[in-house]
Design a protein around this ligand. Sequence first.
Ligand code: C2O
Ligand code: CU
Length: 457
Amino acid sequence: MLSGAGALVGCTLLAPQRKSARLDEIAAGNRDIVLTAQEHDFALGSDKAWLYGERPFAVLRLTKGEALSVTLKNALAEHSSIHWHGVRGPNAMDGVPYLTQLPVQPGETFLYRLTPPDAGTFFFHPHCNTAAQLGRGLVGALIVDEPDGHWNDDVVLMLKDWRLDDAGRFLPFFTESGASRAGTFGTLRTVNGVAEPVIDLRAQGGVRARLINADPSRIAEIGVEGARARVIAIDGNPVAPFVLDTWKLGPGMRLDLALDMTGDEARLLDYFAAAPVLLATLRAGSQSGTVADPAVAAPVDFSDAWHHTLKLEAAVVANVLPQPAPVVLPDGRRIEIADSLCLAAGTFWTLDGQSWPGRDHARLPPPLFSLPRGRKVVLEIENDTSRAHPIHVHGHTLTMLSANLLKRPVHRADTVLVLPNERVTVGFVADNPGNWMIHCHVIEHQETGMMGWFRVS
Ligand code: C2O
Ligand code: CU
């Protein structure tokens, strides 16, 4: 596979004048990795960023079947954790404070140990005070290679905006006007932590580009010019390949493209705005040749599934909680949540008629539903709001079955973008025991009510 770090060092020595926008990769398979969440000098601003490494973003790469062993060291002044977004891991490793573990306090460590069951493009981030922690840079990529996957090049492209003022200081990550609308947007758009980067590819054909929308708020409508681009995986799950026209990539979503360059350069664009925005320029390498697409999993039959309608709504009145449920952590400890870092200051949104408790509701709400292990579930996600919501389910892989507004191919995903007033039907098999989050990945929506959890036992 790629020797990312080694290759990058070589590159830097040969061309010290240009900063490479390829990310260093950490070979993480069957090795003990330490990630320190810490303040760090930041090339884009005068404030310090919060990072897992020296610069944005850490990339962990392993091969399916290998174990991931990551010790999070918290060198920040507030608690944190790591959630492995999209990975169907054990509940105790899911990184959700109070639901699956206690928060990792300043100075503490936590060992995450799991063997990801699926190959694909994943990412990781904290799960409390996420608007600020992710906003300042605490996010990384987790790539799980297919054992038999051979690409001429395989490149990670992390999309994330930064909220900086003219002096390079961070602007507030949470605003009432943003949280109650489409989210608070960054002021500087970057790919791999560089504005409008040039990214050198090692090949001109058979290139796998792994796009990760790590932004807390912005939906990008991805398109590519100057290359034949086929979508080969969605949220890391192989899909019957189709030609990319444009694809709406909401926060938390990933898109894997197979690229064959038609010239020396291709451009990655966002068509969401009136005029397309240049995100990155990709420069072709010399290697060519085609590559076999990853195998697509067999479809699941959901005809005998339990059905549930999940309404996404704006909160009209302050939400009164039913009796709060004590939560039992995977290690058996019973706890209640009462922590301002994990609770919103206000409530603008509801999921299934209930808001995650804000203000004085300093308790964990009861689960949205409880399922016996192995149950098939069909969720009709009904968006009764004028905003788009990327709805993310932990610990399971969804099958996107149908939608009444935007036609998408049947595919598997862990985060589905539900457009304003759209109704999207997804199915999944509740085969992973534990307490699992389901929430909007526009982080300010999540933190102001559009978040809940369900139990599989
Ligand atoms: Cu990417 Cu619950 O998170
Ligand atoms: Cu939302």
